[in-house]
Write a protein that binds this ligand. Structure first.
Ligand code: BTN
Length: 259
């Protein structure tokens, strides 16, 4: 990847300063975590051409072979209020970047997957850092399938897509990364949480669906009714009660299943 050309396209003040490029790494999350504990500045981004031990939510493996995807991890040191909306900021930034480089429209699956149709285009992993109980920073890892040929990887062939697959041609990873970081800063700095929530909600396919949500070792069933300003899901249970779920894994319930 031509990282100098990415730097030349950045319009940000903090995000991507510095922008560190590594040819191959286990996970960019771990590199940023170490830099964060050494006092790394807000906005620091580590991006790798290849991750050999990329990880997703719930300890899953994240496939990021050399030369095809984007795997940046971004260090932020926000207020508690802004910390809560990182899960909205990242997918919105991805949506803007994808549209800018391809014209494609994406949708979101709660809590922060980015999809085209039924296939996953991008996943977001957010890990917090604490000093005692006090949050000190967060690392936002974004795995975006840019030119990946998912068909080559049986474990994701049926569920993943990439910008190139949807578009029918390769796209510039450099331009995509610059657009992504520029958009991330715009949303991160947005003063109005409600406008972010509404923009995210508009593309959130999960709403209105009959779902099962697994979180904290248990599963809740119901209809995804709405999301609050922190991105938590409001789930209407079968008995009419409403419960708030901060984050979890959603599966659609097949017609005819009951709780
Ligand atoms: C998910 O959908 O489960 C989240 C996937 C997050 C993948 C990104 S790629 C950059 C960063 N480094 C990692 O090891 N994981 C995140």
């Amino acid at each position: 990847m031509d990282i100098e050309s990415v730097r030349g396209m950045l319009t940000t003040r903090r995000i991507g300063h510095p922008l560190i490029y590594l040819a191959s790494v286990g996970s960019t999350m771990d590199v940023v975590r170490d830099m964060a504990s050494d006092g790394g500045p807000e906005g620091l981004v580590v991006v790798a051409d290849e991750q050999t031990a990329g990880r997703g939510r719930f300890g899953r493996t994240w496939i990021a072979p050399a030369g095809v995807n984007l795997s940046p991890s971004i260090l932020v040191r926000p207020s508690v209020a802004v910390m809560k909306r990182l899960g909205i900021v990242a997918p919105l930034a991805v949506a803007d970047a994808v549209r800018a480089v391809s014209g494609l429209d994406v949708s979101f699956k709660w809590p922060n997957d980015v999809r085209i149709g039924e296939r996953k285009l991008c996943g977001v992993l957010i890990e917090g850092g604490f000093s005692g109980d006090r949050p000190t920073h967060a690392i936002v890892g974004i795995g975006l399938n840019v030119n990946l040929d998912a068909a080559r990887y049986p474990e994701i062939a049926d569920i993943a897509t990439s910008i190139a697959r949807e578009l029918g041609r390769l796209v510039s990873r450099e331009q995509t990364l610059a657009e992504l970081l520029n958009a991330f800063e715009r949303y991160y700095d947005a003063p109005d949480a409600e406008s972010l929530r509404l923009a995210w909600r508009e593309r959130l396919d999960t709403l209105g669906q009959d779902i099962a949500v697994t979180f904290g070792g248990r599963t809740e069933y119901g209809v995804a009714e709405d999301v609050d300003s922190d991105g938590a899901l409001l789930l209407r249970r079968g008995d009419g009660s409403l419960t708030t779920i901060p984050a979890g894994e959603v599966t659609l319930r097949p017609p005819g299943t009951s709780t």
